[in-house]
Design a protein around this ligand. Structure first.
Ligand SMILES: [Zn+2]
Length: 478
């Protein structure tokens, strides 16, 4: 740690007051302007093009207002930023296809060749073609025109098909929006129909949430506006330090800055967690996402240590410890005092067993009382052993390379064993140690050559979390 970090405010503010002061506040202000990616999404919607310019202008304004409204809620963490529940309302406002019947009629009047049909139960492409007055042969012609044109026959309830007809009643163009980001169309050319797919690229902006745990993490996260997959991401990021199954307490809290994908002012999805903070039983952990110059992405603590450890704590999720590490206990089968140089995790037969670290399999086979066993060598120093397996995972054999978390086999009761469990051993330079007593080795920290770049990214994120939280606490006191 003898490299010189840039002049920086302390990174672990004990009080939120700090956020309101000096550099931190300035950085935050810069960041509040940061969701600058609010450039209008590329409009691929045919309906807009068919509208008169005045209508189009109005819709763009609407879309902008929508953007603005969503922006404001971004600052307020209780605004359920990403709650799927209020999406149907958004949809009604932003999707031009969802125009009420009256408006639809107007469009049709101005543009007699334009017809819109909403797919309902039982509809097929044929019934829809019939409704707009196209002959049955046209369906065949359309489907046969292009391999991809079949997509028009995969209709969903509520989907809108837009037909553009020639004055003599033939199909000129067919267009439909598949989801918020994708639309497909077929246009008549001299040689038949050409299929095109438009995919609009969402704008990415950042959002902030803060939550305090009352009952469960998932409930509090949902209340704060964090969706399920984001909650899982957060649990994974902090999973090396916090045991989310056992250690969560009332009053634990979290802050998250994450990416939101926006199209035409509507949130259509979420991206990555950029930074997060989790306070568990009074101890605060901080994580920042960083992509190094080689393009590898990992989460680091605010001062650049890896969140990821070389080893995960346990090889089986949701298992019960049936026997602890001890230097002397009565063996249940041999009935003699013997050291138990590992930990037994009991779980139902067939439960996946994971490699606790990256490494090379040096044994996958039977080994005496251990039954079906996998031994993994991790670098020079560490070795792990997994015994009594029912069987090995596909591809696991002597010499295979494995990644941390990769499934290597399944819980069984082979060898000297009284019931389904995995016997897990951890060796440091050939000496058995208690894997639960061991301070787990860290993965690599930020390289010195990237430290400055890392700090430039991490400090504004930390400052913004402080600022947003301070703002939020201040407004809740009012
Ligand atoms: Zn054992």
């Amino acid at each position: 740690m003898n490299d010189t970090p840039p002049k920086a405010p302390p990174l672990y503010p004990k009080s939120h007051l700090l956020a309101a002061s000096g550099i931190a506040a300035l950085l935050s202000l810069a960041l509040l302007v940061f969701p600058s990616s609010d450039v209008e999404a590329k409009k691929t919607n045919l309906a807009l093009e068919l509208d008169t310019p005045a209508d189009q202008l109005k819709q763009e304004q609407d879309a902008q207002n929508q953007n603005k409204a969503t922006d404001e809620t971004t600052v307020s963490p209780f605004a359920q930023i990403d709650n799927g529940a209020d999406e149907p309302e958004d949809t009604a406002k932003t999707e031009p296809q969802a125009l009420p019947a009256a408006a639809e009629a107007v469009v049709a009047a101005k543009n007699p060749g334009h017809k819109e049909i909403v797919v309902s139960k039982g509809d097929t492409l044929s019934t829809l073609f019939e409704k707009v007055g196209l002959p049955p042969a046209a369906v065949h012609e359309v489907i046969a025109s292009d391999k991809q044109a079949k997509q028009f026959s995969q209709l969903k309830n509520g989907q809108v098909l837009q037909f553009e007809l020639t004055p003599d009643g033939n199909l000129k163009q067919l267009h439909s929006k598949i989801n918020d980001l994708e639309s497909i169309s077929l246009s008549r050319t001299d040689k038949g129909y050409t299929f095109t797919r438009d995919v609009s690229k969402p704008n990415v902006r950042t959002a902030y949430v803060h939550g305090v745990i009352n009952n469960s993490l998932s409930q509090s996260a949902q209340r704060a506006g964090l969706n399920h997959s984001m909650t899982m991401d957060m649990a994974n990021i902090f999973g090396y330090d916090v045991d989310f199954a056992q250690d969560i307490r009332k009053g634990d809290e979290f802050d998250v800055i994450y990416e939101q994908k926006v199209v035409n002012g509507k949130t259509v999805g979420t991206g990555n967690i950029l930074s997060a903070r989790f306070t568990n039983r009074g101890k605060t952990y901080t994580a920042v996402r960083y992509t190094n110059k080689q393009g590898n992405t990992n989460y680091y603590t605010a001062d650049g240590n890896s969140m990821r450890k070389a080893f995960i704590r346990t090889p089986v999720e949701y298992a019960r410890i049936s026997s602890m590490f001890s230097m002397g206990r009565k063996h249940p089968i041999l009935n003699k005092i013997r050291a138990h140089k590992g930990i037994d995790y009991a779980a139902p037969r067939g439960t996946p067993i994971k490699a606790t670290g990256d490494g090379k399999v040096i044994l996958a086979g039977r080994r005496g009382g251990y039954g079906n066993t996998v031994i993994i060598q991790h670098g020079e120093t560490y070795r792990t052993l997994y015994g009594h397996m029912q069987g090995f995972a596909k591809g696991i054999q002597n010499g295979s390379s494995v990644k941390q978390g990769q499934v290597i086999g399944y819980i069984g009761t082979t060898g000297l064993s009284t019931g389904p469990h995995v016997h897990y051993e951890f060796q440091v330079n050939g000496v058995h140690v208690d894997p639960l007593g061991q301070k787990l080795p860290m993965a690599d920290p930020i390289a010195k050559s990237e430290k400055q770049r890392f700090m430039q990214e991490s400090q504004p994120l930390m400052a913004r979390m402080d600022q947003e939280k301070a703002t939020m606490l201040a407004s809740s006191k009012r």
